[in-house]
Design a protein around this ligand. Structure first.
Ligand code: NGQ
Ligand code: ZN
Length: 454
């Protein structure tokens, strides 16, 4: 049995010292003892926290990180970026997708995430036809997870239309496209790939956005999958809000809440542009708001109304979306800093008298686990052993206790403070490094060189 001894650990109620935890063979936490003594063979760590889940990733976009920062003619925007992204997506092979996904997952683990929700839409061959196994690309994402040990919630995407109003797919979207029968065949294949992974890995559905499905199709796919996570992009750009309003007669979030059974199974990714009434209704629904601060900044999306959302009891979590950066502390910091800059205030996402770092971390933890359908998020017996240990020798953490550790990590430090990571008990990062890091990076480098030379 694996056991961990931590000088300080964040338990559900509070920080505790001298915490010894034993991990079960099933990937859960078996026992938690405070005021304990370490035993020989224990993994000793300084600071132990429950590890976050990353609730939104398109892994393949990591390979184009930094390649879209050259201004074109006219105003650059989300939509001009999307054109470049489509051109890049058009050339990727299954081998490329696996190589990139493995690299991304290792970076996520090394920055302190135990799990990721992969919102996966690069399904088909470049000509739009099926792979021999229609779920080939999903199997490649799963193979990467088998190699890296990350906890995977795999979300095959239903992408049926090219824009609001049931428009046909553009040629550039041909690799993404499915009608419902094709999607169900793909889900059957993806389910086989996920079943071969450890039991904490999950399958969910992801109607891409209200732009990419029709109301009838959305209702049908939700009805066909009565359990598991449901993720959807929504209200990220004002153009999208206007298009949906012109088509369906309501703003995207309002329309979704009025027409679908949105509850705790749902994650609404971005939900940037909401009225006050939409914000309150989304908060009350129990759905998670999937915030992706670095990508939202990179793409010029806007500010999520988090103060009002939290006031309504809303749950939120963090995703790395385009993976232009994979950086846990930076995502949380940027979320808070965006609000500070916009509101000309400090400590926006934090109740009076509380710590910013602790509040950001605890809320992102709860929302992320909920969105992935992972029974993790607390150092408590029976929960999945998704754990992260910070480097007690780091200068930035020297002498810090309790919440001051989280304030230092998020506001003054970065993810180099991450020392150890366990995903459902799999010890994926030791001494800040994943054991497969060099091999996976070498394969990623070969992939990138070929793609950039092409
Ligand atoms: C995506 N990304 O699915 O990768 C999208 C772009 C779209 C973001 N929304 C494609 N950030 O929205 O149609
Ligand atoms: Zn996305």
């Amino acid at each position: 049995m694996q056991a961990i001894f931590a000088r300080q650990a964040l338990l559900p109620e509070s920080w505790a010292s001298a915490v010894r935890i034993e991990l079960g063979a099933d990937g859960t936490i078996a026992t938690v003892e405070t005021g304990a003594a370490p035993l020989p063979g224990d993994q000793r760590v300084a600071i132990l926290l429950p590890a976050l889940s990353n609730l939104h990733s398109h892994a393949f976009q990591r390979a184009m990180a930094g390649l879209t920062e050259h201004r074109g003619r006219g105003r650059d925007s989300f939509w001009t970026w999307r054109e470049l992204m489509y051109r890049f997506a058009a050339v990727l092979t299954p081998d490329d997708v696996e190589a990139i996904a493995a690299q991304v997952q290792i970076e996520m683990l090394e920055t302190g995430h135990a799990a990721v929700a992969e919102f996966h839409y690069l399904h088909h061959r470049p000509d739009g036809g099926d792979h021999d196994d229609i779920g080939e690309m999903s199997a490649r994402v799963a193979a990467a997870a088998a190699e890296t040990g990350i906890g995977l919630t795999h979300l095959p995407v239903l992408y049926a239309h090219g824009g609001a109003g049931g428009q046909p797919l553009s040629p550039a979207q041909g690799r993404f496209g499915c009608d419902l029968p094709r999607y169900e065949r793909l889900m059957t294949s993806a389910a086989r790939a996920i079943a071969a992974l450890p039991a904490d890995c999950r399958l969910g559905i992801a109607p891409h956005s209200l732009r990419a499905v029709t109301p009838d199709l959305l209702k049908a796919v939700v009805a066909a999958h009565p359990s598991g996570p449901i993720h959807i992009h929504i209200a990220e750009q004002m153009q999208e809000v206007r298009d949906i309003e012109a088509w369906l007669g309501a703003r995207p979030v309002a329309w979704l809440l009025d027409h679908l059974p949105v509850d705790g199974r749902w994650c609404l990714v971005h939900a940037t542009h909401m009225t006050g009434a939409e914000t309150r209704a989304l908060a009350a629904s129990g759905a998670v708001a999937g915030l992706c601060p670095i990508t939202e900044a990179n793409l010029g999306d806007g500010f999520f109304p988090i103060e009002d959302f939290r006031a309504g009891g809303g749950l939120w979590g963090i995703g790395s979306d385009s993976n232009v950066r994979i950086a846990l502390a930076e995502e949380l910091r940027l979320l808070e800093y965006g609000q500070r800059l916009g509101l000309q205030a400090r400590a926006v996402i934090c109740p009076e008298g509380a710590s910013n770092g602790r509040t950001l971390y605890a809320e992102a933890l709860a929302g992320g686990c909920r969105a992935l359908g992972r029974d993790a998020g607390a150092i408590a017996s029976g929960r999945l052993a998704d754990l992260v240990a910070l480097d007690g020798e780091a200068l930035m953490l020297d002498g810090r206790q309790g919440d001051a550790v989280l304030d230092a990590w998020i506001f003054a430090g970065d993810d180099r403070l991450v020392a150890e990571v366990w995903s459902a008990g799999r010890h994926a990062v030791t001494g800040g490094r994943h054991p497969a890091r060099e091999r996976v990076a070498a394969r990623f480098r070969r992939t990138l060189r070929r793609l950039l030379a092409a």
